[in-house]
Ligand binder design. Sequence first.
Ligand code: TSJ
Length: 646
Amino acid sequence: MSAYNSKDLIVLEGLDAVRMRPGMYIGTTGSRGLHHLLWEIVDNSIDELTNGFGNKVVVTLHKDGTASVLDNGRGIPVDMHPKLKISGVEVVFTQLHAGGKFSDANYSYSGGLHGVGASVTNALSKYCEVTVHKEGKKYFVRFESKEINGKIKSGITVQSLKEIGSTNLSGTYVRFLPDDRVFKDVTFEYEDVATRLRESAYLNKGIIIELFDERNNQKQQFCYEGGIRDYVTYLNEDDKVLFSPPIYVEGEIEDTKVELAIQYTDRYTDNIFSYVNNIPTPEGGTHEIGLKTALTKVLNDFAKKNNLNKAKDIAIIGDDYREGITAVLSIKMKNVQFEGQTKTKLGNPEARTHIDTVCSQKLDEYFSSKKNEQIANIIIEKAKGAARVRHAAKKAKEYTRAKNSIENSMLVGKLANCSSKKPDINEMFIVEGDSAGGSAKQGRDRSFQAILPLRGKPLNAEKKRIDQVLSNEEIRTIIGALGTGIGSDFKIEDLKFSKIIILSDADQDGAHIRAILLTFFFRYMKSLIYNGNIYIGLPPLYKVTYKDKDYYCYTDDELQAITVKMNKNYTLQRYKGLGEMNPDQLWDTTMNPRTRSMIKVTIEDAARADTIISSWMGDDVTPRKEYITKFANFNKVDNFTAIKKD
Ligand code: TSJ
């Protein structure tokens, strides 16, 4: 196996580059990156099925730490690549960026930027085995990452493709072991895998996806004949819906396929989940703009034709038609261009007109049908209500956006601002309680750190109307201090701080305040989360004093580790609140950028974040009771592990 020609050597260097800088290819070497290895493989199978070859994928999490994916598609091509002189399978697994796609002719739509390909999975695995069943024959190939002369070579072909028998099956089977020299933790999380597979099944109606966890014999099958219609129903499971089943339309124009499902709930915010070629686009983009334009146009026309919006009524605007909406927009198109901070925003200008055209036509047809008229009436009634509230809230909104007004200076009067005027270095700490706020004000570096003490609990923004949210003083103060405005008026350019750090006590009340603040940011300033501006500060839980020196511990494990050598000759203080720390201590442990630890709040999966927030923070108690009964482990209650995980 040692005879490689020069072309192959270049290939090998390619995979070694992945190991040198995994972050460039999979984002992180944490849990997210680990799971990325699996998505690369699964997405290839799903591509095959959605192109009409095969109908089933089976994902297995094995006891030995490997994961495997099996499909009943055509099987990865095994014939020799004319230039590289290796089999197609080997090209897929050893060529960076080759992915599962040899040429565009094979697949009409592909993930584009997202799919970095199976070679990345191979490069970051200890080994990787592929079995292909194709045209009556069974083939096998094996790759390994192994040490040669003290250096790890990634994804070397240790068994090049060979025929190992005959078969009457068709499909591809891939099994790999993530390399524990790359990933800190190599355990696949059942719930994360299930969530992702469920989403794929919703987006690709009719395909069967099975998940087996051999570590504890859990299993699930995902298959939705209704596709995104069923997805919307699932997203609204814990909400009161205004009609059922969801509206569903689909259409096609110039190689762009459009699918749309819509349902309204009694909530006050909008929830639009969009996808391009099965890739989520949480930052929206041209396709979402096209949808919004179409929806507004069609409903305005309907209202006009049926004389539903009288001259005396407040004029309905686009935002009003989106109050309480849950929509899934899934499009398939070619030559996708992603933009934005996190490359999750669709940029193609043609998508805007295409989606507008298809949605306008299909929604118009939908509402023109006698049996659907009532649904349009319901939506327009809801929008009229939204328009009234918007009108009433306008004053309050202006109030929170006003820059130099007297009212505004009163509102942000509680803010101990910093002296720098540079938003990109400025930080704002939202601190629980006046006494901790006092310590923070004294301990901070006032050049770039601002402190906003919260006196009471802010209002839980979930299921509150915007006028109620805006009448809450704590929330108004936050909005005023940030400078961005909220909801559809939100402007990230006006943000005065690049880091907004939530600092609450390590107890239940602190956790509650943190949950309330995150709920507010998620519902009204979601871009702050996507933009990476929201952080959770981590104050220490303990101070250990030993031989006149202080040591701070942030977890019980740390405490254990540090006290083990001290032979009981130490004193221990458990901090019950931030208020117990003096300014110096707060600076040293929690605020000093050189020494502090913080959790950056991100959204891995917006749909899951939405269902979790409705369930945990909403009016209806039953869903969270069920959640707690199913998942809570009262033997190991650790606030921070809990937030880190979800
Ligand atoms: F990730 C991966 F590439 F390793 C991978 C690919 C993993 C798994 C589990 C499955 C697959 C995969 C690839 N399933 N099915 C396919 N199909 C092809 O690669 C294929 C088959 C036939 C033809 C053709 O033109 O005849 C073209 C392609 C791309």
